[in-house]
Design a protein around this ligand. Structure first.
Ligand SMILES: C[S@@+](CC[C@H](N)C(=O)[O-])C[C@H]1O[C@@H](n2cnc3c(N)ncnc32)[C@H](O)[C@@H]1O
Length: 217
């Protein structure tokens, strides 16, 4: 199983923004939508082994929202950013003021939450990765068997309380390389690393090919 948690700091939690201004008034919903799309979509399929939690913390509880997307049940996820943003926005609108979880769309649950408590619960599970530029390099062991759980942030770095929570929870700080990547790129890179532990598709040119995969020229 692959589990992501993304911290979304500025998206208006009630969904009050226009799809024409996702990066501005939408509080970087453009990148959050790209994360969702990258987490679940393949060329002609969905990653059914993936779950993603989004913590919308632009406002404190009880208005803050937790959204859970489950790849086993997801429907209506188009690969384009605007449709995905619309799905998330409509889900936030449906959840606004509702004091319990609602299934706004198949495989998409949204409800009130305390973001720091949710982060603590997720990050406290042994083996959880905290993707950060200042971490130690990610290892094959971190994604062994093609499974992982990972926390990452939207274009705004984690707040001090979030950093304190991640540190206290014992999450493993891991880097995906020397460059600061977009959140959605981190999702791609980690999926790729995990995919490679399950079925390496690149071999050295002096190794015999096992078929189906092209050696690196
Ligand atoms: C766009 S970055 C955050 C802003 C970035 N620190 C900057 O200076 O522009 C979004 C998130 O992606 C993750 N991230 C980006 N680059 C990374 C890297 N090289 N290794 C691990 N995580 C990374 C982190 O979770 C980070 O908070």
């Amino acid at each position: 199983m692959r589990q992501f948690l993304i911290l979304a700091h500025r998206v208006p939690v009630g969904g009050a923004f226009t799809l024409n201004d996702l990066a501005g008034g939408g509080g970087r919903m453009d990148e959050v939508a790209r994360v969702v799309s990258t987490a679940f979509t393949l060329s002609n399929d969905l990653r059914r082994d993936t779950e993603l939690t989004i913590l919308f913390s632009a406002e404190p509880p009880p208005r803050a929202r937790r959204m859970r997307l489950d790849g086993r049940r997801l429907k209506f996820l188009s690969p384009d950013e605007r449709s995905t943003a619309a799905l998330l926005k409509n889900s936030l609108v449906r959840s606004a003021g509702v004091p319990r979880d609602v299934e706004a769309s198949p495989g998409l649950l949204v409800g009130p939450a305390d973001p720091i408590e949710e982060l603590r619960a997720f990050a406290s599970v042994p083996g959880t990765l905290w993707l950060t530029e200042s971490g130690s390099p990610v290892t094959l062991e971190d994604v062994a068997g093609g499974s992982f759980r990972a926390v990452l942030s939207d274009p705004i770095d984690p707040t001090e309380p979030e950093v304190d929570c991640l540190t206290a929870s014992g999450a493993r700080a891991r880097s995906l390389g020397p460059r600061s990547l977009r959140s959605s790129q981190c999702v791609d890179v980690l999926h790729h690393a995990a995919d490679m532990t399950v079925s390496p598709s690149v071999v050295r040119s002096d190794e015999p090919s096992t078929g189906g995969s092209a050696p690196v020229p």
